[in-house]
Write a protein that binds this ligand. Structure first.
Ligand code: FAD
Length: 598
């Protein structure tokens, strides 16, 4: 059976020692009083919840899956999920970083980020039920009418009701402009929705008394394509003006998908048969409103893989210390045993350190992004709000795609550490691999994230936001450029930062002449950009650790941090050279291949 220990020390290191989040919060009137002790205490309790309540349901939930009653259309999630959710609501976890006006606790997003990392490590499938509700809360909070907010937000904030996002249809996934679900205006100002949605996560369950579906659909006179999409709130049970639950609405689960992983989460085909809904935001502007939810969800999906990377690493590390096979190439290490523990073998260490470096780098990036979200929403200076928002927008596709790709690499590496036992279900390692796989696909595939990054966020504004982030990196390089102890981290970072400008300009120029060049280079480009960002955070983490060591701090945590940074720059970061080379090789070898693909 796998184990999980919440990485509280590492979270505290990133929050309080590297990023100094509470200093940043002091400038935000809303969070000025939030101190490190409060954050640490909340995270400690959240860690206990993850370990004691949801982690024990991870393997059983995977084995059991969800069940649909075809007659009633009701879905029963795996045993224990409903009770765990009740404890989550009772503990006030849903309200953590929500607006106090609607019953929230108003804590910074940074806290929620760390809570959700632990919940994802413990049980991704379970965590998706409350996770999607949070995205629905954000979309409604940003675009709902006062009446909608008053009626629905307190229920999402308390967790009494959950939310979903209903975009995908059988013929329409990436290209939402193709969607067909119809919304007919009614005399009373509501709409009747008819259509079929597929793949809807947490789309039906009995864990709460109501479910709020956020549904994309078309008005009768809507323009073709993505300019004709509106957003609607469609509750499972109709809700009276006083909040009382009324009749069953015409939206139900037609079937459940049979899938590779996250078996404990109900992935529903949703049928809308004249379901009553109200519009969220303006007519035909539904995608913009839904983007609030999608952006939150993209960061959330990166966080899912961060959680899986961490838990897979912890288990692989414990196994590698315990399992004995063969002798070390450089001489016997465990003389009292018939063989050495496999952790002595260089490649086993490489697999472990890969997962460790990706987990800790990912944690730093994810916490940084949520700190910027806090600043974007609450900083009194408009310029800081704007700059923070732009950098989060730039980093969002990197969090989504780089962290989930790294999750794939890491969970596979950790499974490999177990040899054949990793392939056997009872160890839990193959489940981490399977559960992670969807993270690279949903919320816009990682290819789509790479096009968003290179096409929209970088070339779309002539590299302006990239330059802003480049200045942040430049400040670190200027600060540490003459520090010999930092040279092994700063030199490769400075080299890549310099290369990145030329590389981006070159791709922009080629893309201007032939847009397929952007499509051919984007996935490689995102990985290079991911390493640039990770390189920056690993250098900052090494900087903090080296300063502690220089000040005489003998806590082995700091030496471990420096050694992991060293591994990252020596063994993972250099793949950027290959990636730039393959990106530069252009689109011809892909697009002149009709004979090969015939
Ligand atoms: C378990 C699960 C849960 C999900 N949960 C939800 C949910 O809660 N709500 C919801 O609405 N949807 C959900 N989805 C749907 C998910 O978001 C889509 O599957 C995803 O967006 C891709 O759409 P698609 O499957 O139709 O693939 P397609 O859009 O058909 O894409 C197929 C392939 O073509 C590539 N491709 C497409 N267009 C381009 C392009 N322009 N350039 C380059 N490559 C391209 C894609 O990257 C992909 O590799 C879920 C899916 C699954 C499997």
């Amino acid at each position: 059976m796998p184990q999980y220990n919440p990485p509280l020390r590492d979270m505290q290191f990133v929050m309080h020692e590297v990023l100094k989040v509470t200093d940043e919060f002091r400038a935000l009137p809303k969070h000025a009083d939030v101190d490190a002790d409060t954050i640490n205490a909340v995270l400690e309790e959240a860690g206990k919840f993850a370990v004691e309540v949801t982690f024990p349901l991870n393997i059983s939930g995977d084995t059991e899956g969800c069940k649909l009653d075809q007659a009633t259309h009701e879905v029963t999630p795996p045993k224990g999920f409903k009770e765990a959710y009740a404890k989550y609501v009772e503990g006030g976890w849903a309200a953590l970083s929500c607006d106090p006006e609607y019953g929230g606790q108003g804590l910074p997003f940074v806290v929620n980020q760390c809570v959700y990392e632990m919940l994802n490590s413990a049980n991704q499938a379970w965590t998706m039920y409350p996770g999607l509700s949070h995205g629905a809360y954000e979309a409604l909070h940003a675009h709902g009418t006062d009446a909608q907010k008053k009626l629905y937000l307190p229920k999402l904030v308390s967790g009494e009701w959950t939310g979903t996002m209903c975009l995908t249809e059988p013929h329409c996934g990436t290209d939402l402009g193709l969607l067909r679900t119809k919304a007919e205006p009614q005399a009373d100002g509501t709409y009747k929705l008819t259509g079929n949605k597929i793949f809807i996560s947490a789309g039906e369950h009995d864990m709460t008394e109501n479910i709020l579906h956020l549904v994309l659909a078309r008005l009768p006179d809507a323009p073709q394509g993505s300019k004709g999409i509106s957003l609607f709130l469609v509750p499972k049970f109709n809700v009276a003006e006083d909040g009382a639950i009324g009749s069953r609405n015409g939206i139900y689960c037609g079937s459940l998908e049979h899938k590779m992983g996250i078996h404990g989460n109900a992935t529903a085909q949703i049928v809308l048969e004249g379901a009553v809904g109200t519009m969220v935001g303006a007519p035909n502007k539904g995608l913009a409103a839904m983007f609030v939810m999608m952006n939150a969800a993209r960061l959330g999906v990166g966080n899912q893989s961060l959680g899986l990377t961490e838990v897979a690493y912890q288990n692989a590390l414990a196994y590698a210390k315990d399992r004995i096979q063969m002798r070390s190439l450089s001489g016997v290490k465990a003389k009292d045993k018939p063989a050495d523990p496999i952790i002595v073998h260089p490649d086993v260490r490489k697999m472990l350190l890969t997962a460790k470096a990706y987990a800790e780098g990912g944690r730093a990036l994810a916490i940084y992004c949520t700190m910027l979200l806090d600043k974007e929403l609450h900083h009194p200076d408009e310029k800081v709000r704007k700059d923070s928002g732009e950098i989060v927008a730039l980093l969002t596709p990197i969090v989504k795609a780089f962290l989930t790709d790294n999750g794939h690499i890491s969970t596979n590496a950790c499974m490999q550490v177990f040899g054949g036992h990793g392939f056997i279900k009872e160890w839990g390692m193959e489940q981490f691999v399977r559960d992670n796989r969807i993270n690279m696909i949903y919320e816009g595939t990682n290819t789509i994230q790479s096009l968003d990054l290179l096409g929209r966020k970088v070339l779309g504004n002539n590299g302006a936001t990239l330059k802003k982030f480049g200045k942040i990196i430049g400040a670190l390089i200027a600060e540490e450029g003459v520090n010999e102890k930092m040279a092994e981290f700063i030199n490769p970072l400075a080299y890549l930062a310099d290369q990145m400008t030329k590389f981006t300009t070159e791709l922009g120029f080629k893309g201007f002449q032939n847009p397929d060049e952007v499509g051919a280079a984007a996935v490689d480009y995102l990985r290079v950009a991911g390493h640039l960002v990770f390189g920056y955070f690993w250098a900052r983490m090494a900087q903090t650790a080296l300063r502690e060591i220089a000040a005489g701090n003998a806590d082995p945590f700091y030496l471990a941090k420096v050694q992991t940074a060293r591994f990252y720059f020596a063994k993972l970061f250099p793949e950027t050279a290959t990636l730039m080379r393959t990106a530069r090789s252009g689109s011809k070898a892909l697009m002149d291949t009709d004979a090969a693909l015939a």
